[in-house]
Design a protein around this ligand. Sequence first.
Ligand code: PLP
Length: 419
Amino acid sequence: MDHFQLKDGVLHAEDVALSDIAEQVGTPVYVYSRATLERHARVFREGLKDAGKIHLAFAVKSNPNLAVLKILANQGYGADVVSGGELERALAAGMKADDIVFSGVGKSRAELTLGLDKGIGQFNLESEEEGQMLAEIAASRGENASATLRVNPDVDAGTHAKISTGKAENKFGVAIDVAPDIFARLSKLEGLNLRGVAVHIGSQLQNLDPLEKCYTRMGQLLSDLRSAGHAITHVDLGGGLGVPYKPEENPPSPADYGAMVARVTEGWDVTLMFEPGRVIAGNSGVMMTQVIRIKPGVNSDFVIVDAAMNDLMRPAIYDAWHHFEAVQPTGDSMTASIVGPICESSDIFAKEREVDRVQTDDLGIFRTAGAYGATMANTYNSRPLVPEVLVDGDKYAVVAERIEPSTIMAAEHVPDWLK
Ligand SMILES: *Cc1c(COP(=O)(O)O)cnc(C)c1O
């Protein structure tokens, strides 16, 4: 459930008419609902009520906006970060260093050092080599870095190939069959407190079976590691729960997920860690756009909007579907392709789709844009960087400004020897 609903014929975010935001802030623009973010954070936590001791780390890469992170910090969430920049953001938003988990296959020496400087709670190691580097840096400082070893369980998540991470050929983690040997070698290193294992098999999972298979394998690994004499206190089960992008989609609920987790992990006697991203942020945001003009096409008309693939990349890179709705629907519909102004054929949000009828200057939204939306935006075609707005009841604030091409040009330099 979200708080983007029609009131008196106008789509609102909570109690604010989206048309008011368009008038004040302009388009394209991302709009987030605080109540929806808080609701999703609560529902995810409640789903895990029977799972024993848990730690929740919001996957910052899904939506790194400082105001969004602040809301999640206030809900008791820590952060799962995958870069030094995300680490700085989580801290700036008020998340406690101890509640931060550092994931990622290519953490650099500088990033590992930053994590130690800030005193983060846990590093999720993705290779033996990374573990050796972290141990060496920590030992040289007389410290002991808490870490888990990320395992690749060789499970097909059944999701889009570009967001699958847990198959043998993917770059993430170490293969589950060699994990016990690597764990044994790393656990002997001075500077490392190797306290558990981690897994994350992919994103936008539509079904619990691959997750259950994965967690069952982790349970076997846990008992193998304990049999070998290792003290395991933490198991990080990653993120990946899907959200409905189409009205008819029905992914597993946090309650279903939590029940499966409680069943599979019964008796593990560890702190279970979770890294949800999309399931918290996805349906908490929309991207609003304005129709520039309608252009006749061969199979159907083109609705040319002022948002483009640089503002919302998911359709172009994952063939993703974002549901389109008019902000002031007339009740009529039309078959159209919705496209942006960018000079690429992949700059298309909807192909010959039945949508609300719109015309020049009308406003529309793409739903489920709160995760992997604004954070992937760029300025291709020298377009402005898209702004973000947060709504709370009847008030709203710009939480990320539109960055104009002039600001970006100011950071570019033509060397003297070209002048
Ligand atoms: C991307 C990512 C997540 C979050 O995935 P969602 O599908 O958004 O829940 C969690 N953990 C790791 C390691 C990730 O890379």
